[in-house]
Design a protein around this ligand. Sequence first.
Ligand SMILES: [Zn+2]
Length: 323
Amino acid sequence: MNAGPACPLCGGSAPKTFVRTWREWSLWECPDCGAGFCDPFREPGPAYYEGHEGLYAAAVEETTDPMSFEYDEGLARLTRTLPRGARVLDAGCGAGGFLRRLRAAGFEASGADFNPRRVRALRDLGFEVFEGGLPDFAKTGPAPFDGAAMFEIVEHLTDPAAWLAAALSVLKPGAPFVLGTPNRDRTFDPFRGPGMEEVDNPPHHLTRWSAPALRRLLERAGFEVLECRPLANPLPLVQLMLRNSLRLGLSARAAGTAAPSSSAPAAAPSAPSARAKTTAALVRAKEAVLNGAARAAYPALRAAGSVLGWQGTILFAAARRPS
Ligand SMILES: [Zn+2]
């Protein structure tokens, strides 16, 4: 029997549980630390993220992002714990969606990110942003923070333990830390269909977390874990999943018909045909119906989910540096 590769996170040698393959990767789970990981195990590098700017931006930038509910949860936790004016670090701040929320809530918000263009844009908005990863930022010896956040980062890293150790090191004793990451034990999967499957698979996401595994990772880094649980899927996410699962091919057809011809890149885009307009109108009508249906069914779905133990898409953890 194939015992699988050594665990790249804990080095544990117990036989790994094979999960599935995805393109050239195989996915495994480690019985020692509980983490899910891919083999081969390596970060795709900045070029990958530059090439997937659209996908990556949507995950952090849009205020209408269906995943932004983890920001709400994190902000609620920080505002309960910290006074206005407290210094909070968002490690892996991306386009600054959470930085803006922190500032609006009265915090002094700082960030760290790899993307130089985003760093410049955020500095132009007056945010203090370090260009690079959290371990490098920690080595610069910043003044300790009153709180920190890390959303949708841990699953991208080859060394999440080093990042959590760095997070711990830049916090004052007793300071809160909030973290969000996809839940591999989710009952329903929004990451399906063309373009979406890439989101929660390698090389985009290298590790996969369950609530117990994430708790263990935080504890091993020295955090005191206050809670670690899946968040219930909010209505916009349920609506997105319903639209994706009932896709009739109309959207793809409308996009295909309306796309400018690649043979005439210099020409002004031609007006959409009457047929494309009709198709687009049908798509909008279908989406409105599905959104309405999801809205009507949502309270019953929430109740059923709590009875049946459905797990949400995102894991949320709140922890603190021990006093
Ligand atoms: Zn392990």
